[in-house]
Ligand binder design. Sequence first.
Ligand SMILES: Nc1ncnc2c1ncn2[C@@H]1O[C@H](COP(=O)(O)OP(=O)(O)O)[C@@H](O)[C@H]1O
Ligand SMILES: [Mg+2]
Length: 246
Amino acid sequence: MNTALELKEITKRFGATQVLRGVDLSIREGERHALIGPNGAGKSTLFDLIAGRTQPTSGRIALNGTDVTGMPAHRLGRKGLARSFQTTSVFTGLTVRDNVCCAVLGSGVTTWKDRWLRSSVIDEETHRVIAAIGLADHSDALATSLSYAELRALDLGLALATGASVLLLDEPTAGMNRAEAARALALIRETTQGKTLLIVEHDMEAVFALADRISVLVQGRVIATGTPAEIAANPAVRTAYLGEIP
Ligand SMILES: Nc1ncnc2c1ncn2[C@@H]1O[C@H](COP(=O)(O)OP(=O)(O)O)[C@@H](O)[C@H]1O
Ligand SMILES: [Mg+2]
C-alpha cells in the first residue's frame, strides 16, 4: 500500500517551548486517519506543519513519496493537499456558488484553457461540489446567511473543490450540537471516499466510527497508532483518555 503522507522525527519548538518531540506518522493512501490527544498535545501545531503554514524545527515530511519539508501552503495545494480550517475560510460576502467556484478555479481540476473558454467544466464541477455538501438549495445564498453548520459544510466544500487527494480536517465539528456533528461527520464520510483523510476530532464515538486507523498524540509524541480496536485496547491510551474510549 502506498504512503500518502510520511512524517519522520518531526520536532517543533516555539522559543523555549518544545511542542513536538519527534513525531513519526505514516498515513496510507486512501485511509481515514484520526489524530487524537488531549488539549495542548500539539495536534494543531502538527497540522500547521503538514499544511505548510509553519516549518518544523527538524524532521522531514513527504507527500506521495516527494519530500515537501518547508514547502509553502500554495505549492502543497498544487501537489494535492488541502486543509480545512478550524476557523472558517469562507468569503462571507460571496454566495455559496461563487465561493465554491473560486476554489474550483484555483484547483487542478480546471485548466487555464477551461477558464479562457469559460468551459462548462467549471460550472459542472461547482455544481457537483455544492450538491455533495448538501447546499444545492442554498447556491444563491450569501455565505453570511448560512447557519454555522452550513458554513462548516461550505468550508469542507472549498477543500473538496480544490480536487485535493489528501485532506486535513482540524476539529470539523467544533461548536456544533450533537445532531449537527453527526450530520457533518456523515457528510465527511461520504465526500472523502477514496481520498486520504487526516482528521482531528474530539468526539471519541465519532472518531472510532469514522477512522480506519487512529494515532494518539500526547505531549508532542505519538504514543500509539492502530485500528480503533487496537487503540481502544491500548493501556497507555486508556490512561490518557480515562473513561472516554468507548
Ligand atoms: N505560535 C505558538 N507560540 C508558542 N506556543 C505555541 C504556539 N502555537 C502553539 N503553541 C503551544 O503549543 C502547545 C500545543 O498547542 P496545539 O498544537 O494548539 O495543541 P492541540 O491542537 O493539540 O490542542 C500548546 O501548549 C500551545 O500553547
Ligand atoms: Mg487544536
